[in-house]
Write a protein that binds this ligand. Sequence first.
Ligand SMILES: Cc1ncc(COP(=O)(O)O)c(C=O)c1O
Length: 402
Amino acid sequence: MTYLAKNIMKVQPAATIAVTNRAMELQAEGRDIISLGMGQPDFDTPDHIKEAAVKAIWDGETSYPPVPGTPAARQAVKDKFKRFNGLDYDIDQVMVSAGGKQVIYNALVATLNPGDEVLLPAPYWVSYPDMVTALGGVNKAIPTTLENNFKMMPEDLEAAISDKTKWLIFNVPSNPTGAAYTRAELEALAAVLERHPHVLVLSDEIYEHITYGDFKFTSMASISPAMYERTLTMSGVGKAYAMTGWRIGYAGGPKELIKTMIKVQSQATSGACSIAQAATVAALNGPLDIVEERVREFEARRDMVVSMLNQAKGLSCPTPEGAFYVYPNCADLIGKKRPDTGAVIANDEDFVTYLLEGEGVAVVHGAAFGLSPNFRISYAASRQQLEDACQRIQRACAALID
Ligand SMILES: Cc1ncc(COP(=O)(O)O)c(C=O)c1O
């Protein structure tokens, strides 16, 4: 009999990290591996942000910060919500945490009772279901389709809601598909949610700045007063400002919820690093032009990757509106045989194993995100690497035997 907690025993290590570790092992053995498994920008933190952190160190901003965030960081978050998202939050409706992940964890600890249901449009970010499981909640996936560009349909949301539903957690633009809902699409979902006022909404907007073409990002909480009152809006500086290692996320939402999340945080981490919060103030109050320049680079990569994947035999890949992921479907390859071992490709995990072993391309299988048969490619890598990876994928697909 183990002394470990039952709920934590059900939690899986993140597949994204497992793939990256496997790719690193193969690299260490001397194999030529292109690793497209991890979800972080391949850029550095902009200089003005680093300088703000150095200044904070020399200014002695080195003691415990207030649990909900430094006054300057909270103010910067409040201002950013108003400026970019059109959301009016009071200071006590916003908080800063050690990463977007801690925001979500705080929210779930603050609200979940055993048996509470959490709705997750699938494919979903890998960590949501595991956090829910760890806290005794019940995950309910709402499958989406390639035909609907992986977006949840209002009728499917309606059908999934029960008396036990506590949260809908969704992510716009999405990790792993890059799909992003337009204002009209959010309004249609809000119309369903407004009929079920007991359902809270966690809107994970961590990729909000990374959108392409004419797409205009909209926050769920800005759709209507009813949505504002029960939506927790989460974001962070990691993805937009290439600051994943600084570990800063933040949230805005209903007062009582934020107050309880602060209570949770006070007993977990006592809040986020003071130096990283000073850097966040510089990021949020600073110009967006460097972010926009990087987004244009991501867009060029997206166009190249989508085009090359759609030329691969048996793959089909919609064009996402944002983030830096694509989620191609590989249904036409299931049942074929590997040319090297003769093994049958029975599912998307077999396919990504084949890509890694056969061609040295590390990507993550769709089952990890709750929708198969697909796989996720992160195009936060150089164009050279991406072109090489896509050529290898094309070669791998063409070599499969009927
Ligand atoms: C959808 C989504 N939400 C939240 C996070 C967590 O962000 P952070 O690194 O700020 O904890 C990630 C990071 O991969 C993500 O992809």
